[in-house]
Design a protein around this ligand. Structure first.
Ligand SMILES: Cc1cc2nc3c(=O)[nH]c(=O)nc-3n(C[C@H](O)[C@H](O)[C@H](O)COP(=O)(O)O)c2cc1C
Length: 145
């Protein structure tokens, strides 16, 4: 079984100063060693990230990500075991909603899903799974993945 953890956070510095490319480059190297896959989404100054792998490794990584001063207000959304990974081909996929090519309805759909995620309180994994399924679908459509 694969352990999946999803959290949300707010970026602390303006996007240009975040150095997302550097975060991703080191995250991908590091995650590969830990056999962790996942996806990082950036939307309107906020992050949503899913980490998938062995429970202990995912927790350890999350503890270190939580302390990262580049973001704050880190909220755990869900933790669960699943049969398979959602992002098996990516040590850390990245999706920025301001990227060219995203249609108005893609954005609207994304924001609806994000709201559902924020209201997620029933401890059911359906909402979170739907959110990541949609992210994957949009990324595949845009040939980002
Ligand atoms: C939004 C965000 C997502 C991150 N995702 C990862 C990640 O998936 N893997 C990773 O190794 N580091 C990630 N980092 C960087 C970690 O917070 C941290 O800098 C890195 O693990 C090195 O930690 P260390 O200095 O304690 O070794 C992320 C940072 C931010 C701000």
């Amino acid at each position: 079984m694969i352990y999946k953890l999803t959290y949300e956070s707010d970026a602390c510095v303006p996007f240009e100063k975040l150095g997302v490319d550097a975060i991703l480059a080191s995250a991908r190297d590091h995650n590969k060693i830990l056999n962790i896959t996942g996806c990082l989404v950036y939307h309107n100054g906020a992050f949503v990230q899913i980490l998938e792998g062995e429970k202990e490794e995912v927790h350890k990584l999350f503890k270190s990500i939580e302390k990262d001063p580049r973001h704050a207000n880190v909220r755990l959304v869900s933790e669960e075991y699943d049969k398979k990974r959602s992002f098996s081909n990516w040590n850390m996929a990245y999706f920025d909603t301001s990227l060219e090519g995203l249609s108005k309805s893609d954005i609207e759909n994304f924001e609806r899903n994000l709201l559902m995620l924020a209201e997620f309180s029933d401890r059911l994994s359906t909402t979170v799974n739907m959110f990541w399924l949609n992210v994957r679908k949009v990324m595949l459509n845009l040939k980002l993945a």
